[in-house]
Design a protein around this ligand. Structure first.
Ligand SMILES: NC(=O)c1ccc[n+]([C@@H]2O[C@H](COP(=O)([O-])OP(=O)(O)OC[C@H]3O[C@@H](n4cnc5c(N)ncnc54)[C@H](OP(=O)(O)O)[C@@H]3O)[C@@H](O)[C@H]2O)c1
Length: 270
């Protein structure tokens, strides 16, 4: 099986590196194309650089399109005539509906949303499929994505919120704990690097504890925040004041997602 990746940006480079490192591919079965060809790191023993997207599409059985929404239409138009008849098209953009993608190329299509945790092979990668994709292709793609972690299949309409929960979540978690660590610094002489390490290791261990013991968030709060105790003073503040922030966070991100889809729709109509 030949795999092709169009777009050597953040996502394309990550997939290329992971697929190349998996040992499943040699230079004759892994293809890459980018608008600015000079950007692609030259590693001829690991993959083949294609001069055009259509050249890549003529060779690959699975074509990952890792470009921004604004560039999606032109890439699809370019590869339309050369895509192999049985090829699986994979969009790394979760926001462009299958209906729009299908208006340019009506073929077996998947949408894939990885997380930054793919860097340590722990992405919970979201996938959804159009109605043309059969179980063999699903199994093949899920095995391929096993190189970067686990796979969660969702219906198309849940891909937005799913992306908030696994792809955006590292950013949400990082920003929340950035605020917490900044606040902690105001009350201690412990160096900031040590504060961050203490919080991250606690976060890590608390997550593992919850997953291993099947504990809910409420279970942990009850275990730690004894009635009338010190922790309870803190958890009370979180439950009183944080819901409004969390609601606003999802309202804003989901609205931005909706606008991105509208813009993609406009760019496909041009
Ligand atoms: N970054 C994330 O964490 C993340 C997570 C999940 C999904 N996604 C989605 O993945 C997609 C790619 O995101 P990204 O962050 O990897 O973007 P990026 O870093 O901007 O990379 C996009 C790449 O696409 C190339 N490109 C643009 N038009 C092209 C064309 N016509 N032919 C060939 N290559 C072309 C660009 O080439 P140049 O070098 O010429 O600019 C660039 O290397 C987006 O749709 C994004 O929404 C991103």
């Amino acid at each position: 099986m030949n795999v092709g990746i169009i777009g050597y940006g953040s996502m394309g480079k990550m997939l290329l590196d992971k697929f190349a490192a998996s040992g499943r591919f040699d230079a004759n079965s892994l293809y890459i194309a980018n608008r600015t060809t000079g950007k692609i790191a030259d590693a001829p023993d690991r993959y083949t650089i294609c001069r055009s997207n259509s050249e890549l599409a003529s060779k690959a059985d699975v074509v990952f399109v890792c470009v921004r929404p604004v560039d999606m239409k032109s890439v699809l138009s370019e590869i339309k005539g050369s895509l192999k008849e049985n090829a699986l098209l994979v969009s790394l953009n979760g926001n462009i509906p299958f209906e729009l993608l299908g208006s340019i190329i009506s073929t077996k299509t998947a949408k894939v949303v990885p997380s930054v945790t793919a860097e340590i092979d722990r992405s919970q990668t979201l996938v959804c499929y159009n109605e043309l994709v059969g179980s063999d292709d699903k199994a093949m793609l899920e095995e391929l994505l096993g190189c970067i972690g686990t796979v969660i299949e969702l219906p198309e309409k849940e891909l937005g919120m799913g992306s908030e929960l696994v792809s955006c979540m590292p950013g949400f978690i990082a920003s929340i704990f950035d605020v917490i660590c900044t606040s902690a610094q105001k009350h201690t002489a412990i160096p900031v690097r040590q504060i961050v390490k203490m919080v991250l290791n606690t976060l890590n261990a608390a997550s593992e504890l919850m997953l291993e013991k099947e504990m809910s968030f409420g279970d942990v709060v009850t275990r730690v925040a004894t009635k009338g105790g010190i922790t309870e003073e803190g958890t009370k503040v979180v439950y009183e004041m944080f819901p409004e922030t969390a609601d606003k966070l999802f309202e804003n991100t989901l609205e931005k997602r909706r606008l991105t889809a509208v813009n993609a729709q406009k760019s496909f109509a041009e």
